[in-house]
Design a binder for this molecule. Sequence first.
Ligand code: GLN
Length: 280
Amino acid sequence: MSLPLKDLRRLFIADLSETGVDNPDLDVDLILSHFMGVSRSWIHCHGEFPFEGATLDLMKEAVFRRKGREPLHYILGSCPFWGKTLSVRSGTLIPRPETEFLVEVALNYFDGGTFVDWGTGSGCITCAILSDRPDASCIAVDSEASAIEVAYGNLRREGFLNRCLLWHGSTPESIPVASGTVDLIVSNPPYIPSEDVPSLMPEVARYEPRSALDGGRDGLDPYRMLLPWAKRTLRPGGLLWVEFGGADQVRPLEEMAPSGMSLLEVRNDLSGIPRLMGWR
Ligand code: GLN
């Protein structure tokens, strides 16, 4: 028996709306378009399409998982980032728009050379920079084996394995790179204060890896490791760009920078929250 697509869509949206999901219409559209292999606009133009595919069970399962507040991108297994479709699964943070902003700002200062991506997760920052800077090469580092696996898959699919060393390690000291040689260090480390993690939205608190979110008591532990190492590792004139959690962290981060590193800029995100900081 077939059902017009618009009715199926309406049923799924009603089902998801009961659970407090932020944008049920959008999520249902993305589930439908993923499993039907069509664009979102196709769905909006073909409401009378008589749906009777074998994919119905897969869609129902996806909606069911989303009702349990599992992030949409874990359910779909992929996430858009910098014009690419990257694989994501539990064990790696889902790339955020703020992190595309980190890429954009870092690229303004980076023409090519060597960079380090500390806490690469899915490899999103590394893939973006390598695709826009064909002469760049990098070391992408993560402390979690599950992230290294996902990043490896993304780098392989994008054709970047020949320009990237993936390094599994939890302290920057372990990274095999000589002092004073790196042109750019970028990082989106975990920066949420430990006690705030449980009250993040359920998608994040219940499903995303704590290791990618929890930055210790004040959220700044990773920067305490990163900044002194960055100072030693950057070449003269090299740059460090990091993402961080907001206004409360600006002053402590400024004060944490070792002498000899000069602050370039603090950039606000779309919501007006201070989000990126760069040093030379
Ligand atoms: N931006 C993420 C969030 O708010 C946190 C990412 C991070 O700690 N680096 O969920």
